[in-house]
Design a protein around this ligand. Structure first.
Ligand SMILES: Nc1ncnc2c1ncn2[C@@H]1O[C@H](COP(=O)(O)OP(=O)(O)OP(=O)(O)O)[C@@H](O)[C@H]1O
Ligand SMILES: [Mg+2]
Length: 165
């Protein structure tokens, strides 16, 4: 980081705890929420910079793209394929099939890199189909955790405050 992070010891400690559990094969979903500008993105960035072994994959929702069907899922798919060292293929237009493919891509990325931290920043602006696909992926990770011998992924989901506020 280009500046000193002020405070956030408790939050960094909580994230570290989840990272350690994920490294032991227990995937974690972390929801970071708070008012606009409070420091959500900064907190996650600082944590990931201190833990490069978590191989972060970061994608963000954007207001201008919030109606692009599976736009964020496609970017996530592309990033995971790159980590897995395989060519990226366009995502299936069915969100559940897309989520299923993301599980496989994540497994491939984990084989190459170990634990992967997925960060979905500005969640409120992620297109609805991508939310379905990514939520499906996370459910599958949780369901598979006891039968999987590969390292699992801690998943850091960040939310903007509601658009009404
Ligand atoms: N703990 C901190 N120490 C120092 N500066 C901070 C800290 N947290 C946030 N900042 C600064 O505050 C500003 C806003 O932080 P950030 O973008 O992380 O907020 P956010 O909660 O992600 O905002 P948004 O809701 O718009 O996504 C940035 O300039 C950042 O550098
Ligand atoms: Mg932010």
């Amino acid at each position: 980081m280009h500046f000193s992070l002020i405070g956030r010891e408790a939050e960094l400690s909580a994230l570290a705890h989840d990272g350690e559990r994920a490294a032991r094969g227990d995937p974690r979903v972390v929801h970071v929420s708070g008012p606009a500008g409070i420091g959500k993105s900064t907190l996650i960035s600082a944590f990931l910079e201190s833990r490069p072994e978590l191989s972060p994959v970061v994608v963000s929702g954007a207001e201008q793209e919030s109606s692009v069907h599976l736009g964020v899922a496609d970017r996530l798919s592309r990033a995971l394929a790159e980590r897995a060292g395989i060519p990226h293929e366009p995502v299936n237009s069915n969100p559940l099939a897309c989520g299923d493919a993301l599980v496989e891509l994540l497994a491939g990325a984990q084989r190459e890199r170990g634990v992967i931290a997925l960060v979905i920043d500005d969640l409120d602006w992620v297109d609805p189909a991508s939310v379905v696909a990514i939520t499906f992926t996370l459910r599958r990770l949780r369901a598979n955790r006891s039968s999987s011998s590969s390292p699992a992924a801690p998943s850091c989901c960040q939310a903007r405050p509601s658009r009404e506020s």
